[in-house]
Design a protein around this ligand. Structure first.
Ligand code: ZN
Length: 226
């Protein structure tokens, strides 16, 4: 199955809860990854960091393909859908081993009243249903924000080949920012790459939380003035 990226998921609801302070996603040793033209002979995994190894470092700065950029742009479009619904704007897509989109998702915890409804989990569930297997060997997941421990654990269980994220999450990031779940000595190794379209991914979050703070300030001042 090929997911329709333009349609996204049906609208859900309301305010957000991630609590990322303004400006925080911009931090990150791998921010601003570069992209290249598609070249079939290029080894896209050479800059990756495998589980069981250390946290991504400057030395492992990534080289991304245009296909990676397109996938992250699709994840960004999902993130915008989340933001439009009042959810923290995080989006994800899953590509199978041939590069076909088999899952998309955006953060929908509030609308679904589901603490596990992070973008990655939503996209993983769609992908697993699409391929008819709870394991997704050879698949890649692109997400706009560094995965949390729950999502990274789920992605290891799904046996993804590769995870690519945009902005770092200094609050709950489990790929080096707060925890090192990706580097745990588990029985499956997943390549983790950071910093693809980090400025765009981070800016979406900063704009969202900036607007939310402004709205809260307006509400407070209007209440105190009445
Ligand atoms: Zn998560």
């Amino acid at each position: 199955m090929v997911a329709d990226l333009s349609a996204g998921n049906p609208p859900r609801s309301l305010a957000s809860e991630n609590g990322l302070p303004a400006g925080t996603p911009s931090r990150g040793v791998l921010s601003g990854g570069t992209s290249t033209d598609d070249t079939s002979s290029r080894d896209v995994s050479s800059g990756g960091v495998r589980t069981g190894h250390s946290v991504p470092s400057e030395a492992a700065r990534q080289v991304f393909l245009q296909s990676d950029v397109r996938a992250m742009q699709a994840a960004l479009a999902q993130a915008e859908l989340a933001g439009a619904n009042g959810e923290v704007p995080v989006g994800a897509v899953v590509l199978d081993g041939s590069g076909k989109v088999v899952g998309v998702g955006f953060n929908r915890c509030i609308g679904d009243r589901d603490p596990t409804a992070h973008a990655e989990i939503v996209a993983l569930r769609m992908a697993a249903a699409a391929v008819g297997n709870y394991r997704l060997p050879g698949a890649s997941l692109y997400v706009t924000l560094e995965p949390c421990a729950m999502c990274m654990g789920a992605m290891l269980h799904a046996r993804l080949a590769r995870v690519v994220y945009g902005a770092r999450d200094p609050k709950t990031g489990a790929c080096g920012s707060v925890l090192d779940v990706h580097a745990s000595p588990v029985n499956h190794q997943t390549i983790v790459q950071a910093g693809l379209l980090e400025p765009e991914c981070g800016q979406l979050l900063r704009s969202f939380f900036g607007k939310r703070r402004a709205d809260a300030k307006r509400t407070k001042s209007s209440l105190s003035g009445s």
